[in-house]
Design a protein around this ligand. Sequence first.
Ligand SMILES: C[S@@+](CC[C@H](N)C(=O)[O-])C[C@H]1O[C@@H](n2cnc3c(N)ncnc32)[C@H](O)[C@@H]1O
Length: 433
Amino acid sequence: MADPTRYLAALAITEVLREQGSLAASLPLALTQAEAKERALLSQMVYGTCRYYPQLNSIAQHLLNKPLRNRDLDIYALMLVGLYELSHMRTPHHAAVGSCVEAAKASGQAWAPALINGVLRAFLRQRETLPQALEDTPEFHYNHPHWLQVKLANHWPDYWQAILCANDQQAPMTLRVNQRHHTTPEYLALLAKANIQAKACTFSPWGVQLANSCQVDELPGFAQGWVSVQDEAPQLAPTLLDLQTGQRVLDACAAPGGKTGHLLEIADVQVTAVELEQRRIGRLHDNLQRLQLSAEVICADASQPESWWDGQAFERILLDAPCSATGVIRRNPDIKLLRSNEDITRLAQLQLTLLQQLWPTLAPGGLLVYATCSVLRQENERIIKRFLQAQEDAQQQAIVADWGQATDYGRQLFPRPDGHDGFYYAVLKKAFP
Ligand SMILES: C[S@@+](CC[C@H](N)C(=O)[O-])C[C@H]1O[C@@H](n2cnc3c(N)ncnc32)[C@H](O)[C@@H]1O
């Protein structure tokens, strides 16, 4: 029988290759079709193949005599899965080749098994000489799309190699402890009792990092809202907002509500959460319901306040802007396939527009925290610089912190192996007239 796991992995990747969607959309579907005992393997193959896509793709292109047709992308994806298994997993080589050849039968193309067999065996024969043969292929060396590697090297001459390296590591599972139920040391004690090894995060007072990932239902009190899954870097947003009881707070790009919940956990404030995508609002409601917290949730375009704003100014605004997500590649490796250089220009325009359009809704004396999970200056400090140049009543507030590093505008965190994701923050204060 054809091997369904590897072919299902290939189909999930094919969707991403066709730019039909992200892994977040295609992997769950593949998982529902897989046998329960195969699901972990399927996820590992899909994530791993995307993580090493730039490298595996250059190897496949080198080994193929002629490129496959667009309609055979499933077979190409299966080839990449096979190359991933041979180069990064511990499966004995003959078993990995055999399983991929079997899987190719599921494609219904009579020629596919022989092609997969030929390419994978060629890889095993040429493995040692590939680095030399591909010496002029930057995607092979750096395992990132060339445009991104060049941009990072330009933006961060001293850090880009460390960023690339951290992007290829598996991220730890990090939790945020809901202080309405437990202090962080109390929750650490609950984890220890449940035999879940964990330690307090370095920078977030609410953060706990697990030694090994687990299912959320294994976490004490997850269903009751005692804890949420959230990386340490986004947990730092409330440390910059200086929240005071009773304040009106706008969470401008809110879904799935990670930060909305956090704001409400630590302060008695009135939160208005605005989110553009109706399909993402469900998760925002689910998160608030699990945490037993409430906010006014509005499905609208935050860049058009005239369509949703009641005219009462907000004392605090969190603008967690849509971005390239280049700081969270290790959690979303499909970004390597999906993002393009042109996207960055488009996103930067959107980010600036959001900032400019939301500014009038901020009360004089109020604070706006601008955040992204990007490590590109174009989406971060350059947005703040452009905004400040044109907005006379906006001042930058220096961020005094022991995390990340200061830039001319705001503070940048880079992804750290065994630590937080890449992230960026800037704090703006509105002057009194
Ligand atoms: C970085 S995510 C926000 C993550 C969220 N703050 C959290 O902590 O869970 C950015 C969100 O902005 C939404 N978005 C994009 N453009 C928007 C717009 N014009 N108005 C409101 N939301 C928008 C996206 O759909 C996405 O859910």
